[in-house]
Write a protein that binds this ligand. Structure first.
Ligand SMILES: C[S@@+](CC[C@H](N)C(=O)[O-])C[C@H]1O[C@@H](n2cnc3c(N)ncnc32)[C@H](O)[C@@H]1O
Length: 305
């Protein structure tokens, strides 16, 4: 019933806007698609009971399906905890975990807790002051700085290192245009003791670009990169293999290769090829210090449209 109630609430609030050209009830709340408490110029009061009924029927359908697929699996093999990643060792014994896959917030992209206020109130979930303090985001109601964000992320990665067994992997999903964030993640992981394996970083494409992406195709990245780190007893520090490499040249070469390979390349394809290349060459911090955004540089050299 919580699922039913939660899904109903998404449609029955003032920030709901219908998708143009579709049935009135097709759409989403501003909180979900604009990541803001945005009220559309034309608001719409959908019939609450109809929405509730529809969500109820959908939920019954999906429960029937998942019951068949997973049955009692969840009772035996599944555990969900809601706690800050900065406090993992309070719950999980050290060196007990085989693999970690994590998808942290991407800087100031989404203020999750602020945007969940309505749901937390309606579902009667308490959000403590400490939970807000520990939320790893930039901005939000507490107006957190980039430094607050990277410190929280770094504290979480250090906790992940503690709970992971030796010779096991941590995968971090991430997307950001500013190289400083990538650098912060890799540095945090390395200072926790992880070894970064650039060779097997992988692109996780996005099948449905967000509205934000559609409105700002060159500025917003869609799709993420999965960075893999290994907990080893003697991590090697990344060797700066090509000291003196002209960073700008490298960026242009990587971009050119992507463009030639695919007869054109999107901003994210270039980033996804570039970030591992810069990490591999130990050049990411240099880029971070020199350039916030490489699109002007690409614009200089290539045809952007
Ligand atoms: C990019 S989203 C993950 C989305 C998820 N992969 C999904 O598909 O629904 C980042 C998540 O990290 C959570 N988060 C923020 N600070 C956290 C912290 N200190 N500990 C644990 N999770 C945190 C946010 O609430 C948000 O749900």
């Amino acid at each position: 019933m919580r699922f039913v109630f939660s899904a109903t609430l998404n449609k029955t609030n003032l920030t709901f806007s219908s998708t143009h050209g579709r049935k009135a009830s097709r759409g989403n709340s501003g909180i979900m698609h604009r990541y803001r408490y945005w009220i559309p110029p034309i608001t719409l009061d959908l019939n609450v009971w109809e929405q509730f009924e529809q969500k109820f029927n959908n939920t019954v359908k999906f429960k029937l399906e998942t019951n068949l697929l997973i049955a009692d699996f969840s009772k035996l093999n599944f555990d969900i905890s809601n706690l800050s990643a900065t406090n993992l060792t309070k719950l999980i014994p050290k060196e007990s975990i085989d693999y970690i896959y994590t998808d942290p917030p991407y800087g100031q992209h989404i203020a999750y807790l602020d945007l969940s206020t309505m749901w937390n109130a309606w579902l009667n979930f308490e959000v403590s002051e400490q939970t807000k303090q520990l939320e790893a985001i930039e901005g939000g109601d507490l107006n957190k700085s980039k430094q607050d964000y990277t410190e929280l992320l770094s504290a979480s990665i250090a906790q992940m290192f503690d709970v992971l067994k030796f010779d096991r992997w941590l995968s971090i999903v991430f997307a950001h245009k500013d190289p400083a964030y990538w650098d912060a993640i890799v540095k945090s992981a390395q200072s926790a003791g992880f070894e970064f394996e650039y060779v097997n970083s992988a692109v996780q494409p996005s099948s449905t670009p967000s509205l934000h992406k559609r409105q700002n195709p060159l500025k917003v990245l869609s799709g993420e990169l999965v960075l893999n780190f290994r907990k080893v007893r003697n991590p090697r520090t990344i060797a700066i293999t090509k000291v003196g490499t002209d960073v700008v040249q490298l960026i242009k070469q990587v971009a050119e290769l992507q463009i030639v390979k695919n007869s054109g390349a999107s901003t994210e394809e270039i980033y996804n090829a570039l970030i591992p290349k810069l990490l591999e060459n130990g050049l990411l911090s240099q880029v971070k210090n020199q350039l916030d955004d490489i699109t002007p540089l690409l614009r200089e050299e290539f045809y952007f449209f």
